[in-house]
Write a protein that binds this ligand. Structure first.
Ligand code: F3S
Length: 61
């Protein structure tokens, strides 16, 4: 299991995570939220994390 978190204070709402990985991220009120607190397997989440311009996404394995 991997824990997915988005730092709301860091997120500038660019939306890259939600378009790269819509299964795990969605935009709410201009900020990204993790749809699931935990995922069984990392798929597109890592790419979303790497694509975030402000490093707001954290994956803990
Ligand atoms: Fe926010 Fe980064 Fe996603 S700025 S919308 S967490 S790509």
């Amino acid at each position: 299991m991997a824990k997915i978190t988005v730092d709301k204070k860091k997120c500038i709402g660019c939306g890259a995570c939600a378009s790269i990985c819509p299964s795990s991220f969605e935009m709410k009120d201009g900020k990204s939220v993790a749809k699931k607190a935990k995922v069984a397997k990392i798929t597109c989440e890592r790419e979303a994390m790497d694509s975030c311009p402000v490093g707001a996404i954290k994956i803990e394995e």
